[in-house]
Design a binder for this molecule. Structure first.
Ligand SMILES: Cc1ncc(C[n+]2csc(CCOP(=O)(O)OP(=O)(O)O)c2C)c(N)n1
Ligand SMILES: [Mg+2]
Length: 487
């Protein structure tokens, strides 16, 4: 797979703030306009980009692209701050501080709390499914593109059928990936099978891509004896050793430090692989996120931090979670190359992850990706999101920003897809799923003993007592337990 020159350029420069600043100071971002509904936007007007070098002043090595502006001592953006430092001629003295030399300035200028200008978002496909001229993207073969699309559709059909099964009371819980199909499938497609996945819970498509079968998904949801988790976890907590997919943990963000530790082990063993951990915007609001990023940066480990910023952490909007410019800017604070990408554009996600993986392994560095998207479904079957967000906002994302439709337009324009193939594929998956559900439902539950083994070599007394109590309880209240449970 050939990497375009300019894509290489992006990632080479990611580590320096220069990249972030120079990309962020653009005139109007048409992308921002198209990513967010008009009623959610406020207009910003930016000073022109001068793209000039100011030599022999503080930070000139970092920032080649700065713009002229106010001359006050209160910077309103980071580039404004740098500009002021440059203009105010710092002293030619520096402090040889552990970790790097720092220049002195006689000026009392505070860095801004947050930037007026937001970091731009990398996009390849516009909303009509057309490749944007001059976009940095990798070439994708027909075979790969069709596989990506069929997997996205499979994921959609899985969501519809399994969601219905939960509504019918056949499984206790479910959680959809609606709106995040491109993130799931395109990121998975850009990885190698020996890379380890540390998921949150809204990434079953990665497992699907790796070959986890519809029957295996159904077995987990029904918690039957073929479920690889032995029925110990709630539905959707998939895991597969065979597919290097570490079992989902409900405790938000615990997967982040795990991914860092595993990547450190890969580094020690000089493996040609990396780990990737997925998390939501809510996941980035935890202590584990910060500890994980800092540890990874300092230890220089090959891990990709993939943040699905879908605007909501259950009913908490992103605006109640942070004041800075989203997640991407945090990478820079930790010294991690970072990129913001349109999460509803499969080609952009694919290219970003592909390059991030290369960078992580070749340079032995963590990389942060913030994918902007929207949780177009409810948080889970225990939620009704119309109670806390406007229906037209949901509809706008579901329809106008639909990642599956956008990718379909592209492959259709390429002459690789048609209505007929689409309807055959959808109906075949529906049939397979209906069969998988019926089969999973018939299989007996795992034996009760499985709830108590695998942890201790010699189970402690209290655990033995609990097992005994449970068995007595099942006998006494048989009606309250599954009839096909092997006691
Ligand atoms: C440590 C922890 N705190 C709170 C919860 C409850 N909880 C479950 S999911 C969730 C929201 C997470 O949102 P986000 O990371 O944005 O992922 P999304 O659901 O949007 O994909 C919360 C708060 C939890 N499971 N674990
Ligand atoms: Mg979220």
């Amino acid at each position: 797979m050939a990497t375009s020159k300019s894509t290489k350029f992006i990632f080479r420069n990611l580590k320096s703030t220069k990249f972030l600043i120079s990309r962020s100071i653009n005139h109007k971002s048409s992308l921002t306009n198209s990513l967010f509904p008009r009623h959610l936007l406020h207009t910003i007007s930016l000073p022109p980009l001068l793209n000039q070098t100011k030599p022999s002043v503080a930070y000139s090595g970092w920032f080649q692209a700065v713009y002229g502006g106010r001359r006050s001592h209160t910077a309103t953006s980071f580039s404004d701050y740098v500009d002021q430092l440059c203009t105010e001629a710092p002293l030619q003295q520096e402090l040889n501080f552990p970790g790097g030399k720092v220049k002195f300035t006689p000026k009392r200028i505070f860095t801004p709390g947050s930037n007026e200008e937001r970091i731009n978002c990398y996009r390849v496909l516009n909303e009509n499914g057309e490749v944007i001229v001059d976009s940095d993207s990798l070439k994708i073969s027909k075979e790969l593109a069709v596989k990506m699309y069929t997997n996205m559709v499979t994921l959609q059909v899985m969501d519809t059928i399994f969601y219905e099964a939960q509504r019918q009371g056949r499984v206790s819980f479910y959680l959809t990936t609606i709106g995040e199909e491109a993130i799931n499938i395109a990121s998975a497609a850009a990885l190698s099978d020996n890379d380890f996945i540390f998921p949150q819970y809204r990434e079953p498509g990665v497992l699907l891509w790796r070959g986890f079968t519809l029957q295996e998904f159904a077995n987990q949801l029904f918690g039957n004896k073929y479920d690889q988790g032995k029925g110990r976890q709630m539905p959707i907590h998939y895991g597969s050793k065979k597919h290097n997919y570490v079992t989902v943990s409900s405790t938000v963000a615990t997967q982040i430090p795990h991914a860092v530790g595993a990547a450190y082990s890969m580094k020690m063993q000089k493996q040609d692989s990396c780990t990737i951990t997925y998390f939501g915007d809510g996941g980035s609001s935890t202590g584990d996120f910060h500890a994980g990023l800092n540890f990874a940066a300092v230890m220089e480990v090959p891990v990709i931090f993939f943040c699905r910023n879908n605007g909501w952490a259950i009913s908490t909007p992103i605006s109640d979670q942070l004041r800075g410019d989203g997640i991407v800017v945090r990478g820079n604070a930790y010294g991690i190359p970072s990129i913001r990408v349109d999460g509803n554009d499969a080609l952009a996600v694919y290219s970003a992850v592909y390059e991030a993986r290369k960078l992580a392994i070749e340079k032995q560095t963590p990389v942060l990706i913030e994918a902007l998207t929207y949780r177009a479904g409810h948080h889970s079957t225990s939620d009704d999101s119309t109670k806390y967000r406007p229906v037209d906002e949901i509809e706008w994302w579901r329809e106008d920003q639909n990642p599956v439709k956008r990718f379909r337009k592209w492959i259709e324009n390429e002459g690789w897809w048609s209505d007929q193939v689409e309807s055959e594929h959808r109906s075949s998956i529906r049939k397979q799923l209906s069969h998988a559900i019926q089969a999973a439902e018939r299989v007996e539950k795992p034996p009760v003993a499985d709830m108590f083994n695998d942890v201790y070599d010699v189970p402690p007394k209290n655990l033995n007592e609990q097992e005994l109590l449970l068995r007595e309880n099942i006998k006494k209240h048989a009606r309250d337990y599954p009839s096909n449970a092997a006691v």
